[in-house]
Design a protein around this ligand. Structure first.
Ligand code: COA
Length: 515
C-alpha cells in the first residue's frame, strides 16, 4: 500500500485568497460501504475479545448488514453529519451514566475538602483593599436549610450540632437517598467508594415501591451537608441556546416533566449534574450571598481537575524516529506497537486503543480512529516474552504488526475507518427515533469503545510535547512527539483509579529498550 504520511507545511510566499481556493478543491468525506465497516469492526474486536463473545457479536453484525439493520437506508450522508455536529468527531461531554457518576464522586470529594477548611476554621480570610471581611457566611452554607413557617421562614444550620450531619442527600429519578460520606473514623469515603454508592442509588431509584416516611425523610434532607441532584435528560437545544437552557436547568430543573422533581428548593446548597455533563449549583439565598458559594464552586472545580490527573512526561532518548525509518518502518506505527507491548506487559491483556487519524484530506474533516490493537500486534506482544520463541520469529511478528498498523492508518486517513461511520449510524437512529440495532447494545461495542489507551501523535518542529487526559476512568492518555533522535511522551492517568499509573506505563515504555 502506498504511504501517505503527513507533509509538513511549506510557506514560501504569502498568497492572498489561497485558503478558499484550496478549500473548494478538497473532496468531501466518503461514506464507507456498510459491509466493509462491519467486517473491519469484527477484525478490530479480535484482539480484545474472547472467541465465544465474538461469535455472538458476529451473528449480530451479520444480521445488520444482511438487511436486519434499517439504518442502511440512511448510510449516505451520515459522515457529513458526523463532522457537522459538535461532539461527534471530537467528544464534547460525557454521555453515559458512568461519566455522570464519576464526576459526581469527584464533586462530593471536592466539597468535603472545602468543608474541612470550614470545620477546622482554616479558610483564608478575604479582604476589601486592606480591610479584612466578615467570613461568617462561609460557615453557613453547608448543613443548612430554609424551614417554612406559618408567618415567616427560618434557616437552620446543623454544622455546630453536638452530632453534626455526616450524610448528603442524593436525588435521582425524583427519588431522595441518604448517602453517608464519612467512614466511622471520620475520614471521607474515597472517590471510588462514592462511585459504588452512587451506582447503587441510581439502580435502586427505578423502584418506586419504597415506604414513604415523610417526616424522617424531610429531616434527613434538611440536616444533610448538601444535596446532589443527578439529573436525567433535558430537551435538546441548539448550541446557541445551550448556556441559557443550562441556566434554566440549574434554576428550576425544566418543569416536572424534566428535572424539577430532583430539587429541594429550600436546601441551601444543591449541586446538579446533568447526564450530558452540564453541571452547576442551585442555592437558597437566605444564609449567604453569592461570593461564598462561588468560592466553594471554584474550589470544587479546581479540586476535581487538579487532584484527579496524574501526568508523567518523559524523554525517550535511546533513539528517535530516524531508527525505524532506517529499518523501513513507519515511526508512528513502530511507537504504537511499542505502546501495545508496554501495556500488555503491565496488564497481560490487549485493550481497545484509540489513535487519532487526521481526516483533513477532506473538506471540514476532523479525525477518525486508528484502532492500534490488531490481531498482528496481539500476536507480537504475546510472543515477546515467550522464551520458546526465537528472536527471528519475534522480529518477523513485530514487522507484521508495524505494517498492519500503517495499513490501518492509510485506511483511516482515506476516510475508510469504522468508528465515525458506526457512531454516525447510531446517532441517526437516535435522532430518527428508530430502534438502535443490537450491535450497539452488545457488550462488545462498549468494550470496543472503552479506550484504555487513548493516544495521539502531535509532531512539532520544536522540542515540545502536548498532553491530554485519559478518556476512560481506568485508562491512559498518551501523547507523543517523535523527534529525529528522541521521542517525547506525555502519559496521563486518573489518581482515583488503582489499576492505572502514568509513571508505571512511562517506565514500561522506557524499559522496552532494556529487553
Ligand atoms: N520507511 C521509511 N520512512 C518512513 C516509513 C517507512 N516505511 N514510513 C514512514 N516513514 C517516514 C515518513 O516519510 C515521515 O518522514 P518525515 O519525518 O521526513 O516527514 C516519517 O517517517 C513519519 O511518518 P509516520 O511515522 O509514518 O507518521 P505520519 O507522519 O504519516 O503520521 C499519523 C501518522 C497517524 C500520526 C498522521 O497520519 C495523522 O493522522 N496525524 C494527525 C493526528 C492528529 O490529528 N492528532 C491530533 C489529535 S488532537
Amino acid at each position: 500500500m502506498k504511504l501517505r504520511h503527513l507533509v509538513k507545511p511549506v510557506s514560501v510566499t504569502r498568497v492572498s485568497g489561497r485558503y478558499l481556493t484550496h478549500q473548494k478543491g478538497l473532496p468531501t468525506l466518503p461514506v464507507p460501504p456498510l459491509q466493509q465497516t462491519c467486517e473491519r469492526y469484527i477484525s478490530a474486536l479480535e484482539p480484545i475479545m474472547e472467541v465465544d463473545e465474538l461469535k455472538h457479536t458476529k451473528e449480530l453484525v451479520d444480521d445488520c448488514h444482511n438487511g436486519g439493520c434499517r439504518l442502511l437506508i440512511w448510510t449516505t450522508g451520515c459522515l457529513w453529519w458526523c463532522i457537522q455536529v459538535p461532539g461527534w468527531s471530537c467528544p464534547m461531554n460525557f454521555r453515559d451514566k458512568q461519566g455522570q457518576i464519576r464526576f459526581a464522586a469527584k464533586l462530593i470529594a471536592g466539597v468535603l475538602d472545602f468543608k474541612t477548611m470550614i470545620d477546622n476554621e482554616t479558610l483564608p480570610v478575604e479582604f476589601m483593599g486592606a480591610k479584612p471581611l466578615c467570613m461568617n457566611q462561609y460557615y453557613k452554607v453547608l448543613s443548612s436549610c430554609r424551614i417554612p413557617g406559618l408567618k415567616s421562614d427560618s434557616v437552620v444550620n446543623h454544622a455546630k450540632d453536638s452530632r453534626p450531619p455526616t450524610h448528603i442527600t442524593v436525588v435521582h429519578n425524583h427519588q431522595f437517598f441518604v448517602l453517608e460520606v464519612y467512614n466511622s473514623d471520620g475520614t471521607p469515603l474515597t472517590a471510588d467508594q462514592f462511585c459504588v454508592q452512587l451506582d447503587r442509588i441510581c439502580s435502586s431509584s427505578s423502584q418506586t415501591n419504597m415506604e414513604p416516611t415523610n417526616k424522617k425523610s424531610v429531616w434527613a434532607i434538611q440536616r444533610s451537608i448538601f444535596t446532589l441532584c443527578l439529573d436525567g435528560a433535558m430537551p435538546q437545544v441548539s448550541d446557541e441556546t445551550y448556556r441559557s437552557s443550562a441556566a434554566v436547568q440549574m434554576l428550576h430543573g425544566g418543569g416536572s416533566q424534566w428535572n424539577s422533581g430532583n430539587r429541594w428548593f429550600d436546601k441551601t446548597l444543591q449541586f446538579i449534574i446533568g447526564e450530558d455533563g452540564t453541571c452547576g449549583a442551585n442555592y437558597e439565598h437566605a444564609p449567604a450571598e453569592g461570593p461564598p458559594i462561588v468560592a466553594l464552586i471554584d474550589h470544587v472545580v479546581e479540586y476535581t481537575l487538579a487532584q484527579e490527573l496524574d501526568t508523567k512526561v518523559i524523554v525517550f532518548d535511546h533513539f528517535g524516529k530516524n531508527i525505524p525509518k532506517t529499518h523501513k518502518m513507519s515511526p508512528d506505527a513502530f511507537i504504537q506497537v511499542a505502546l501495545q507491548l508496554a501495556y500488555y506487559r503491565m496488564n497481560q491483556r490487549c485493550c481497545a486503543t484509540y489513535e487519532s487519524a487526521s481526516l483533513r484530506m477532506f473538506r471540514f474533516g476532523r479525525t477518525d480512529t486508528i484502532r492500534s490493537a490488531s490481531s498482528a500486534s496481539a500476536a507480537f506482544v504475546k510472543a515477546f516474552d515467550d522464551l520458546s520463541k526465537q528472536n527471528t520469529e519475534k522480529v518477523d511478528l513485530m514487522e507484521k504488526a508495524v505494517h498492519a498498523h500503517r495499513a490501518y492508518t492509510n485506511m483511516a486517513i482515506s476516510g475508510q475507518a469504522i468508528d465515525r461511520h458506526l457512531l454516525g449510524l447510531k446517532m441517526i437512529a437516535l435522532e430518527e427515533k428508530v430502534s438502535v440495532p443490537e450491535i450497539y447494545t452488545d457488550p462488545a461495542y462498549s468494550k470496543a469503545s472503552e479506550y484504555k489507551l487513548s493516544t495521539s501523535q502531535v509532531p512539532s518542529k520544536t522540542d515540545c510535547v502536548m498532553c491530554f487526559g485519559p478518556v476512560s476512568p481506568s485508562g491512559y492518555g498518551v501523547c507523543y512527539n517523535p523527534m529525529d533522535d528522541h521521542i517525547n511522551f506525555a502519559v496521563s492517568s486518573f489518581n482515583s483509579c488503582s489499576e492505572t499509573n502514568a509513571a508505571h506505563l512511562a517506565r514500561a515504555v522506557e524499559q522496552l529498550c532494556r529487553t
